[in-house]
Design a protein around this ligand. Structure first.
Ligand SMILES: [Zn+2]
Length: 211
């Protein structure tokens, strides 16, 4: 179970779902994400929320997305539009009970990628993790790139050049980054998306703070 779920979600409430989305960019072949994201969602739904929740979400999906939700191949590439369809179905099924459900979806992905949990803050490990995210960005998404900037209070992550985007996906990124901070022992963790492709900014910038 993610630390974000254990603490009852983000302290400032769920990430915003405002803005517009583009599910397929000019070149559909680049609008792809790695199957590991679908595997993480399946794991989260079945283990943390229960098989009944998993099947009720899956039953709402289109046939192709349903197939891949049931049997995700971690190393395969799938359409960005499919991960958004999946997350929207998760939100619809779960947001009454968990208003911050999309943050939890992202947190579950971070949980799978960070096996060791630090009891007290390890800044160096946390920065190294964030820098690895940037270096290996292309292993998870075929589009865009990520720059990490250190700040006095934490870090700033700039996701650039996205031909496809959705507030639904940005909300799960928010939870992913929050969980990354928590697992590295950060206290008073906060993540705010200050700029977003969905609001016309040409970049998604997340401000990370911790102590
Ligand atoms: Zn965004």
């Amino acid at each position: 179970m993610s630390l974000l779920l254990q603490q009852g979600g983000p302290r400032r409430g769920p990430a915003s779902l405002s803005g517009r989305e583009v599910l397929v960019g000019p070149d559909p072949e680049v609008c792809k994400v790695k199957g590991v994201m679908f595997a993480a969602r399946r794991e989260f739904l079945t283990h943390d929320l229960g098989e009944r929740t998993f099947y009720s979400v899956v039953s709402k999906l289109s046939p192709d997305t349903m197939r891949l939700a049931m049997h995700p191949v971690a190393t395969a590439w799938y359409d960005f539009a499919q991960v958004v369809e999946y997350d929207r179905a998760i939100w619809e099924a779960c947001h009454k009970r968990y208003p911050y459900i999309l943050d939890l979806v992202g947190a579950a992905s971070a949980e799978l990628g960070i096996t060791r949990v630090f009891q007290s803050l390890d800044d160096a490990e946390l920065y190294a993790f964030l820098e690895r995210l940037a270096r290996f960005h292309e292993q998870y998404q075929r589009y865009g790139h990520l720059d990490v900037e250190r700040t006095d209070a934490g870090a700033r992550m700039h996701y650039r050049d996205y031909p496809c985007y959705s507030p639904i996906f940005c909300a799960s990124s928010d939870g992913f980054l929050l969980e990354a901070i928590l697992r590295h022992g950060g206290k008073d963790a906060d993540v705010v998306e200050t700029k977003c492709h969905c609001r016309g900014d040409g970049v998604c910038t997340f401000e990370l703070t911790w102590r």
